[in-house]
Ligand binder design. Structure first.
Ligand SMILES: O=C(O)CCC(=O)C(=O)O
Length: 311
């Protein structure tokens, strides 16, 4: 069995599934070839420029703005697959789907994509578990983090705590007040320390898969100006689980256990809830990055982060 969790695209599914069950993550190296990764990278810039249509919350972009100017104004665009045919195809890229079916089971659906554009100096994301945000009924949530640059410790690669998915506990989240990270809250109170974490450095085109209960974070991009750490992250779950996500109305409470979000793409197998129908609800939107409008940075809760790279 792979000790490091890095598998080639011709991996043995049983070996990969065993690693995933024990450690809560794995990597498929070169799941996208260099040309495919470069095409996603170019398309990411086109999305940021608004060339595929509007992105809610995004600033207006002057046609003569340089790529660097454009990319520096973005941190994370949610649902790029809604406007980009290439990002839509990437949801079901065959080597990626093999990884998903080995880890989740034969029937897999996708409910979300996110495009992270981490320019030099941009913050990371504090420790968290993705099932805090996207619940499943069978703990099947899995993030597929498609690297479109070389992700290194210097430019803010992903870090995971191996095995942290196994207790099946969602740890309490708190506002961190730490400028290394964006506005999302930090999970605390778990029995691991930063020393238990491993960096997941990957080449462009490689994919990091991690369970929805696996604690993970990323640090700021401290590489020189002009160095990006971009990733397309898609989230999947088993088709057998309802997707009790995105309540249909702000005051919707009754029936959450039966709620089944239907803006999903079936990427493998069959959907036992196909009779619930499918719909299009999500729109592409820009997430504020903590330097450009997060309320947490303006209400006195900020702990300054002293770091030469950020002073
Ligand atoms: O790419 C990053 O910096 C963080 C990604 C992440 O935490 C996630 O997709 O859940």
């Amino acid at each position: 069995m792979s000790i490091s969790g890095y598998f080639s695209p011709d991996f043995d599914p049983a070996e990969l599934a065993q690693f995933y069950q024990e450690r809560g993550y794995f990597v498929i190296e070169d799941a996208f070839d260099p040309a495919e990764a470069a095409a996603i990278r170019d398309d990411a810039t086109a999305i940021c420029r608004g060339q595929h249509g509007p992105v809610k919350g995004a600033p207006s972009i002057a046609p003569d703005a340089s790529d660097a100017e454009v990319l520096s104004q973005m941190l994370c665009i949610h649902f790029p697959h809604k406007i980009s045919p290439l990002m839509r195809d990437a949801l079901a890229h065959p080597p990626l789907v093999r990884g998903l079916t080995s880890a989740i089971g034969p029937n897999v659906k996708c409910m979300q994509s996110m495009l992270f554009i981490k320019s030099s100096g941009k913050p990371g994301q504090a420790w968290h578990q993705d099932e805090d945000y996207i619940p499943t009924r069978d703990r099947s949530l899995l993030g597929a983090w498609i690297s479109i640059d070389h992700a290194t410790q210097e430019n803010g690669c992903l870090w995971v705590i191996p095995g942290s998915h196994r207790p099946g506990i969602l740890w309490d989240q708190h506002w961190h007040g730490d400028r290394r990270f964006d506005c999302a809250e930090e999970s605390r109170g778990f029995p691991w320390t930063d020393d238990d974490a491993v960096p997941v450095e990957v080449r462009p085109g490689s994919v990091v898969f991690f369970n929805g209960y696996t604690l993970h974070r990323s640090l700021p991009n401290r590489a020189p100006a002009g160095t990006y750490r971009r990733a397309l992250v898609n989230h999947y779950m088993s088709c057998e689980s309802f997707c009790p996500w995105q309540p249909p109305a702000p005051d919707f409470k009754a029936g959450m256990a039966k709620h089944d979000y239907r803006d999903v793409v079936i990427v493998a197998g069959r959907d036992p809830y196909a009779h619930h129908g499918y719909t299009s609800l999500a729109e592409p939107l820009l997430r504020p990055d903590g330097r450009t409008g997060c309320v947490n940075w303006t209400d006195g809760k900020v702990k300054e982060y002293h770091d030469a790279a950020h002073s």
